[in-house]
Design a protein around this ligand. Structure first.
Ligand SMILES: [Zn+2]
Length: 364
């Protein structure tokens, strides 16, 4: 009984952590710094081949399958399972586990058991008494970590099995690509700020929606990578947040919100998503409407395989809207409008958002 409670608790913690780290997945540099072999002298080696073939020396055994799990690690003596931490990055399909109390002889001392199915690469490094296991999967997965007795089980779940719905939010531009700009106000910053505020609406909601963000900081992300995240996830909706400027970049009286959609989406869902978002923006912001606009000439719209909407919330080249868009409260209202647009569209598309089945409660 005790064991079972512990297992469920660990699972729940793992799920919560997964949810938290998912939202902040794009932090690749933070954890790599101490790992780079050339700067720290720490050797990183691949244990992938060992996992595939089984290896006497390293005691990686693929002939034994851990019951109902993909991989099994053994907890080092005196190490509690709750001390294991991990991050996951959907963009690179990678996971990084930090296991305390581990040194270079870890895989000599403790056998790793499991299957390499769906795993592209698995590397191990150790530094400062901690072992770091980097795992890259072939598809976007969510790590489920279960601790039972002295074992740690790793499973890689399909996000569609974990969430009722999946949404990708894309804060347009970033890094060297500032987007539209006026008076030292950059579109990329406004887009990111609205994206953060949108994050807080999803975080507050009870819906079991997996929201993935193409960026959560001032990184430059290629258009290809942005679309790939939505396409790889087979997201229910792909929302890109932008702001507008006149073609000349000069200040003018032109103002208002417009939302672009993919005409070539024959299901009509892209257009419906765009219309819903536009209506919510107009209602919440009381701004001018520039309507829904065919956006197939835009790369991320044309190549999106899932219903996409690209919202241009306002014009940086309009004095009044530039002021509005710089205002936190206005940004928050824009985010709220987009949040309502997403929820409404999911419901219109028949996604059951009310089932709220949490796997931790049903898992045996
Ligand atoms: Zn833009």
């Amino acid at each position: 009984m005790q064991k079972r409670i512990e297992k469920r608790l660990t699972y729940l913690l793992g799920t919560i952590m997964a949810a938290v780290t998912l939202l902040f997945w794009y932090v690749p540099d933070i954890h790599r710094v101490s790992l780079a072999p050339d700067t720290s002298g720490v050797a990183t080696y691949s244990v992938m081949d060992l996992l595939r073939s089984g290896d006497e020396v390293y005691k990686v055994d693929t002939t034994q399958t851990p019951e109902e799990h993909q991989l099994r690690l053994t907890l080092p003596r005196d190490v509690d399972g709750s001390a294991i931490t991990y991050t996951q990055d959907a963009m690179t399909k990678s996971f990084e586990l930090t296991i305390p109390g581990v040194d270079g002889s870890y895989f000599y001392d403790y056998p790793m058991v499991g299957s390499s199915d769906g795993i592209r690469e698995l590397t191990f490094a150790h530094a400062g008494g901690k072992g770091i296991l980097d795992i890259t999967t072939t598809k976007i997965r969510i790590l489920k970590l279960t601790v039972e007795d002295s074992y740690v089980y790793l499973d890689f779940e399909d996000p569609h099995d974990v969430f009722d719905s999946i949404v990708v939010v894309d804060a347009g531009h970033g890094g060297k690509d500032v987007g539209a700009n006026r008076e030292n106000i950059f579109e990329k910053d406004i887009n990111l700020s609205i994206s953060y505020k949108l994050w807080s609406y999803f975080a507050k909601s009870d819906y079991n929606i997996g929201v993935y963000y193409t960026r959560v900081d001032d990184s430059f992300i290629s258009l290809e990578d942005r679309v790939a995240l939505a396409n790889d996830l087979k997201a229910d909706l792909f929302l890109s947040i932008h702001n507008n400027s006149t073609a000349s970049g000069r200040m003018s009286g032109i103002n208002g919100a417009e939302v672009m959609y993919r005409v070539s989406d024959e299901s009509g869902r892209s257009r419906e998503f765009a219309e819903t978002c536009l209506n919510e923006l107009l209602e919440e912001l009381g701004c001018n409407s520039k309507g829904v606009v065919a956006g197939d000439n835009i790369y991320i719209i044309r190549t999106s395989e899932v219903p996409v909407a690209l919202a241009e919330i306002g014009f940086l080249t309009n004095k009044e809207e530039l002021n509005d868009l710089s205002d936190e409260n206005y940004q928050d209202r824009a985010a709220h409008a987009l949040y309502k647009g997403v929820i409404k569209t999911l419901k219109n598309n028949g996604v059951d958002l009310e089932k709220k089945v949490h796997q931790a409660e049903t898992a045996e």
